[in-house]
Design a protein around this ligand. Sequence first.
Ligand code: 5GP
Ligand code: ZN
Length: 114
Amino acid sequence: MNSCLFCKIVRGEIPAQVVYDDDRVMAFKDIDPKAPVHLLIIPKKHMASLADVTAEDGACLGHILQVAAQLAHEQGFSDRGYRVVNNCHQDGGQAVDHLHFHLLAGRAMQWPPG
Ligand code: 5GP
Ligand code: ZN
């Protein structure tokens, strides 16, 4: 999608600190981190939100979660723990309309979230 911020990052038109990249998925550092480690993991294919996912996207979503676990493991957070978050639409707090999962680690998280 031409005007989408994260599609621009996928195309390399906007710089990002990319930590993972394959044919389906990209992960990069959040520009405004909310934890010592704050990565965004996205499908390269534009999907506006979790509400827009279809059955055929299931494998890609599973892959995103597997990449999240892999990155957390590589960065040494598997044992201590971490949080994976998706914000969907207005009440979920979604600001960027390209599906993304936050990987937060390096501090104790609160529950319930605000
Ligand atoms: P949301 O609120 O939509 O779940 O999260 C959007 C996230 O994207 C926020 O944590 C925000 O800091 C991050 N973000 C917004 N613009 C940029 C950008 O240009 N580059 C990067 N790396 N992150 C961004
Ligand atoms: Zn997009």
